[in-house]
Design a protein. Sequence first.
Length: 416
Amino acid sequence: MKTMRQPLPETIFDVEAVRKQFPALHQLVHGKPLVYLDSAATSQKPQQVITALEHYYQHDNANIHRGIHKLSERATELYEAARIKVQHFINAREAREIVVTRGTTDAINLVASAYGRKNFKQGDEILISVLEHHSNIVPWQLICEATGAVLRVIPVNDRGELIEAEYEKLLNAKTRFVSITHVSNALGTINPVKRMIAAAHRLNVPVLVDGAQAVPHLAVDVQDLDCDFYAFSGHKLFGPTGVGILYGKAATLEAMPPYQGGGDMIQAVSFAKSTYNVIPYKFEAGTPPIAALIGLGAAIDYLNQLGLEQAAQYEQGLLHYATDALVAIPGLTIIGTARDKAAVISFALEGVHPHDIGTILDQEGIAIRTGHHCAMPLMERFQVPATARASLAFYNTKEEVDVLVRAIRKAQEVFS
Ligand code: C6P
């Protein structure tokens, strides 16, 4: 896994050419040019992805793995080719380690339920962190309730960085699982997951990494990380909604019972007993999100052509520009100042509720997210009910950051 800190000279990354490929960016909102700063919630889609979806529905639409007819064959080929694109994108060893899910939430629930049901018992400890999205908290609470296992929480310092020494103390002979986010959706903190995985593995504890906010910003190599599971959503990676990926080491997936029952996940069914398909199909019950996976494959093609590393360097430059511009606003506090950070800026503005900031910014054509960002325990840790969050992607520009700064100053004037 590499993180890029040095901005590239701007001539190397042609952001205007990139923007042309994202049709939704070119519209007026309340009569103003859209400034889309909500990519952590969902990213906009390049034309290539939209075209792939359209082409699939116009020419190839059929169910997969079932029919002997031509369209079903074509749809199956496209679906399995997209799985291989995902495999290479995160450098998984084998395509069967890539399970297609409905999203990150679905992927984490799958592991908590299927792995947890088989392996957790009364008094076992599951480690998560205070940075987690609700999707990486509640599934573990559910399995703890069912098995008697208990949840332990890794704290953060005032910058919003995980305290590794506390993590090491929490790891012990009762620890059965660690599930941590790679990048915090609310603060942007990039966690040292490779070191944390190595520490857990010294005690033979498996680790799931929630990569929902990492894959759009960092080059992820699951073999290098040596994680046991890695989960992410297509829609934050410039692909369609409704599809996500669970990477799991083959041997671990094979040892797990199925998560859901239904078509495609079986080998044979009788009323006496059913037997299950091989991985990854054992975990893909029912008709999967065929078009969405094909669209995600197109998003990966797009990112490979663009060069994710170059785009990430550009984005880091933009993050620094935006951070400097925002901290210069009197009364504005950035919440989450980790030294290693992805392009997410959460902030509070003295005397103005985050929802009011969001409403005023919307009138200026600026899309940000306000609220608890599905991270209520983290809001509690920083003693704020909510934040305003601007999240950047490689299609954003310095000019858009300037528009944001002007609009925040306007909000301050309105409420002063
Ligand atoms: N965060 C945000 O605005 P789904 O909804 O399954 O695609 O992803 C859930 C999820 C899990 N983990 C992290 C770190 C996330 O950021 C998210 C989604 C969005 O921050 C929507 S709440």
